[in-house]
Design a protein around this ligand. Structure first.
Ligand SMILES: C[S@@+](CC[C@H](N)C(=O)[O-])C[C@H]1O[C@@H](n2cnc3c(N)ncnc32)[C@H](O)[C@@H]1O
Length: 281
């Protein structure tokens, strides 16, 4: 049993349902194409991964663990949830180079400088403090190794405020009912969707009404609404975290998209997510 605060337990319960339903999302299917998707995301050559020791901190249902293992890395995958670790274990059972553990990023059983790379994709902003979680992960990277994180980016304060109000209401429901309620945020009417899309997180129902597309959207909305911590950060802020821990060659793997003040306020510089990596000196 992990020792968790009340907030962390809420996050654990929320993601547990998500990972138990991972096959509802086409993004979480285990296909040979995942390795290429991962390379496109992290912008490193396939050869880099061969023989490297990598920590996937907050592995979820294990898509990136699977991708990195299939590229020849030894991967240690850790997640807060039982369902996430179970799915990751099952999906990577064919690899000898994967170890999976249920653990909190604030209490990982590793010595400093244990890994050639630490990856934490979409995780830090769901902890009580993104910066404090970053502070735990950065020392685990070897000198010359890489840290890669994806965190939510600050944008559209009105949308964040209204979305957060809905989150507070939905949090009163048990997880399965919260999941079902997210179906109502998939909107059929185009006009209504365009009116709402700048004010709350919602989705437009695909004209095909394809069940997998709809369940993918529903699980994505549940991901956005269910956990109680959803911190937002700026590119400068995350870059300062890397600098504080002595990282160099800091870069965005998805380049800056918006430069005017108005656009940055509405969409964020990088369009809503900061994907940043650096090399530890
Ligand atoms: C949005 S999911 C991302 C999963 C995976 N990285 C991916 O990209 O598919 C966030 C994950 O962070 C995990 N998580 C949140 N807080 C955590 C913590 N304190 N320690 C370990 N894992 C945590 C959740 O259980 C969840 O699986």
């Amino acid at each position: 049993m992990l020792e968790l605060s009340g907030g962390e337990r809420q996050v654990q319960r929320s993601f547990n349902l998500e990972h138990a339903r991972h096959s509802d999302s086409r993004y979480l299917h285990f296909t040979p194409g995942l390795a290429q998707q991962w390379l496109n995301d992290i912008k490193l050559p396939a050869e880099w991964f061969k023989g490297k020791t990598i920590l996937d901190a907050g592995c979820g249902s294990g898509r990136w663990t699977y991708a990195m293992a299939s590229l020849g890395a030894r991967v240690v995958a850790a997640d807060l949830t039982e369902a996430g670790t179970k799915v990751t274990q099952q999906a990577t059972a064919g690899f000898e180079n994967v170890a999976v553990l249920q653990a909190n990023v604030f209490n990982l059983p590793f010595k400093p400088e244990s890994f050639d790379m630490v990856v934490s994709w979409g995780v830090l902003h769901h902890t009580p403090s993104s910066k404090a979680a970053f502070d735990r992960l950065a020392p685990l990277v070897k000198r010359g190794g890489i840290l890669y994180v994806m965190v939510y980016e600050k944008h559209n304060p009105l949308k964040f405020f209204l979305t957060d109000l809905i989150r507070r209401v939905l949090r009163r429901l048990p997880e399965d009912r919260r999941y079902r309620a997210c179906r109502w945020l998939i909107i059929r009417n185009r006009l209504l969707h365009s009116l709402l899309a700048n004010r709350i997180i919602c989705a437009l129902e695909p004209s095909s009404r394809d069940p997998l597309e709809i369940s993918t959207l529903q699980l994505g909305l549940y991901d956005a609404y269910a956990p109680m911590f959803n911190h937002l950060h700026s590119r400068r802020e995350v870059e300062a975290w890397f600098r504080e821990h002595g990282f160099d060659q800091i870069c965005l793997t998805r380049p800056v998209r918006f430069s005017s003040r108005k656009d940055i306020r509405l969409y964020g510089e990088c369009g809503g997510s900061i994907n940043m990596r650096g090399v530890r000196l």
